[in-house]
Design a protein around this ligand. Structure first.
Ligand code: HEM
Length: 536
């Protein structure tokens, strides 16, 4: 029995139309036939063979045989919750997005928290990044803020993502380890990818073992763009600030909990919502005027960099409250298809090469995961506004589109869906001027891999620094190949010599005597250097 109140909003009403309660009902087959007995198969005699004729047996088993869909290729393990977002003050000076303009509006939200590396059944307490994906069901369509609980990322370009994930997932020959980073392939990749140095500091810190999903920050990571009604653009970084504060467990506790209750975070979130202790987070924005794009020592398009809050404070602009557990894990938490390409007028992308590649990846993977092109019709994915366009057919199409035509321009059916002018809410991409050579390369402004890694390490208290040392010593201690451990020490020494010395001591190794040329590992970790270094 649910203790928490069940709030109503446009999305819950819409979902209710698809929600079935079988209590007190009689059993039927999928074609509507009342079932007399679904516990005994049809046999030739009560001790005889089962008959192929038994359509009740076949229907029941066939459906069961197909209950599983592929787990997400990353972020497979997650927990979801419904909620609402409420704005404090109108943000119309910087964005025309309706849900960020209208203070009286309560925007329905669905959130999915996740770990990244483990499979669906892995422990919640692995040392890992946590996904923090938020969908806003706005009157202008779905807006998804598909973030993590760390503000930076391992790589600067999406083309490296398959390499990163192949390195971090269990090793291909023996599928070990299931949900941790402590293995050779991961550290081999990281030691050869110095752009990961900043993210590694976060991943080895207490941030990677949160106490609860209710007690972690969230970050949009990339720099996005906001656009106001006059067409003026600003850059923005999105943040979520938990009202319970940021808390972690100790590594020893994490390992204990993993053994005793691998569902620890899932249970905590569920129980908190059931008991009415609704998790709350404030949405924070760092807004940067477009003309300040080049005022920083780092590149705003580089996803391995934060914008320090001392330089651009985080303004808290609204509150997200998670107030309702899903009715059905599969239908909602598993079938939700987040994508940072789901945007609304007033929000737009930047040229961050990680962001740009993500724009391709999510829909592409969901076409397989959710079985074809109609997954936006699944109840949890439907926007709260009706959808009309000329897309048709495909596996599992639900909508019965009326009319003879499904194309434009169209002289036969004048009433077919019309394009929408920008002034009436039609989405128009921000017209950024681009004059450039077509080139497979990386900007030199992306080459400083260590300053912010150092900044993060130095921002930690002494106990927190010790946790980072311990985590690195533990993780690298599991690495079998000594050259990988040594290569990692070569990376760490460029972040902080004290840190590297302590980890070397813990591993029983000496710090490398000579550093790679130029005092840093080459940008691509390869002594030959790739084309990316040659950009003028
Ligand atoms: C899934 C965040 C980078 C590909 C997810 C999820 C989150 C997330 C939170 C889980 C969504 C859910 O709960 O359903 C991020 C962040 C990134 C990042 C913050 C960097 C800033 C990338 C990159 C790629 C990628 C670079 C590929 C080029 C995927 C894929 C999924 C996924 C394929 C599975 C989606 C699904 O099956 O529905 N990501 N990700 N991600 N991400 Fe990312």
């Amino acid at each position: 029995k649910k203790l928490a109140p069940q709030p109503e909003n446009d999305k819950t009403t819409q979902l209710a139309a698809h929600t079935l309660d079988a209590a007190g009902e009689q059993m039927r087959t999928n074609t509507g036939l009342f079932i007399n007995d679904d516990q005994n198969s049809l046999k030739a005699g009560d001790r005889g063979p089962t008959l192929l004729e038994d359509f009740i047996l076949r229907e029941k088993i066939t459906h069961f045989d197909h209950e599983r869909i592929p787990e997400r290729v990353v972020h497979a393990r997650g927990s979801g919750a419904h909620g609402v977002f409420k704005l404090y003050d109108s943000l119309s000076p910087v964005t025309k997005a309706a849900f960020l303009n209208e203070v009286e509006r309560e925007t329905p939200v669905f959130v999915r928290f996740s770990t990244v590396a483990g499979s669906r059944g892995s422990t919640d307490l692995a040392r890992d990044v946590r996904g923090f994906a938020v969908r806003f069901y706005t009157p202008e369509g779905n807006f998804d803020l598909v973030g993590n609980n760390m503000p930076v990322f391992f790589i600067q370009d999406a083309i490296k993502f398959p390499d990163l994930v192949h390195a971090v997932k269990p090793e291909p020959d023996n599928e070990i380890p299931q949900a941790a980073s402590a293995h050779d392939t991961f550290w081999d990749f990281i030691s050869l990818t110095p752009e990961s140095a900043h993210m590694i500091m976060w991943a080895m810190s207490d941030r990677a073992i949160p106490r609860s999903y209710r007690m972690m920050e969230g970050f949009g990571v990339h720099t996005f763009r906001l656009i106001n009604a006059e067409g003026k653009a600003s850059f923005v970084k999105f943040h979520w600030k938990p009202l319970l504060g940021v808390h972690a467990v100790a590594w020893d506790e994490a390992q204990n909990i993993s053994g005793k209750d691998p569902d620890f975070h899932r249970r905590d979130l569920w129980d908190a919502i059931e008991s009415g202790a609704f998790p709350e987070y404030e949405l924070g924005l760092q807004i940067i005027p477009e003309e300040d794009e080049f005022k920083f020592e780092f590149d705003l398009l580089d996803p391995t960099k934060i914008v320090p809050e001392e330089l651009v404070p985080v303004q808290r602009v609204g509150k997200l409250t998670l107030n309702r557990n899903p009715d059905n894990f599969f239908a909602e938490t598993e079938q939700v298809a987040f994508h940072l390409g789901h945007i609304v007028p007033g929000i737009d992308f930047t040229n961050d090469p990680l962001l740009q590649g993500r724009l391709f990846s999510y829909t592409d993977t969901q076409l397989t995961r959710l079985g074809g092109p109609n997954f936006q019709e699944i109840p949890i994915n439907r926007p709260i506004v009706p959808v009309h366009n000329n897309q048709r057919d495909g596996f599992m199409r639900q909508i019965i589109n009326k009319g003879k035509t499904s194309y434009g321009p169209n002289g036969i059916a004048a009433n077919d869906p019309q394009q929408v002018k920008e002034a009436d809410g039609g989405f128009v991409s921000y017209q950024e001027r681009i004059e450039a050579r077509k080139i497979r390369a990386r900007s030199k402004s992306f080459f400083d891999h260590f300053s912010q890694a150092r900044l993060f390490f130095n921002s930690q208290s002494d106990p927190e620094k010790n946790h980072i040392v311990d985590a690195l010593t533990f993780e690298l201690g599991k690495v079998k190949l000594v050259e990988i451990r040594e290569r990692m020490l070569g990376v760490l020494v460029q972040i902080d010599k004290g840190l590297a010395t302590q980890v070397a001591y813990g591993l029983g190794l000496h710090l490398p005597e000579t550093l790679p040329a130029n005092g840093h590992v080459p940008a691509d970790g390869n002594p030959e250097d790739f084309a990316s270094i040659q950009v003028e």
